[in-house]
Design a protein. Sequence first.
Length: 202
Amino acid sequence: MKRSLAKGDAALAGQPPMIIRRSSETPARLWSGGTTRELFIAPVDSDYADRNFQVRLSTATVESEECLFTPLAGYERHLMVLEGAAHLEHQGHRSRDLGRFDVDTFDGAWQTLSQGLYRDFNLMVRYGSRGYLTHQLLREQETLHLSPEPALLRAWYLISGRVELVSGEVLAAGDLLVIEPGDRLGLRSLQASQLVVSTIAF
């Protein structure tokens, strides 16, 4: 693959054509409610603390029974519970109980109180783009072939199992694969595998 990621899209300029982020490359960092790992951020020179990113993917472990989420005005947030259970109280708006693989989508500017101990996957997108999170189960030796989508950035986070790409690269639990808009994907599960699929439409 010789094109740059998101050809023609300034939000993702500078990214390589395909990213494999190994779990060993994403150190855990502290936040007010526990620990988090940043898996992907774009543009490549953006920074979460500066709030100048377009897209961010991360995992978090919530280790406090009750905590407030960091406010993120200007962003749409998507949260999927991977382990445990959560109760999210979007103060002045609504509340939501989440079990394993349930997703909540909400305005990052809302004051959100989290209750429960759990591990989650997070997608944050700046308003003007749209994001989606889904859970996917691949049986052992099941293959997956996706056709090109020129306006979509797509990412796969491996919760458990092992999958092999057509390039021969093998992904294990905790690894992330990101492919550029317009590219195709082929992979095969080496054992039963659980994945989080992130889709961002520009």
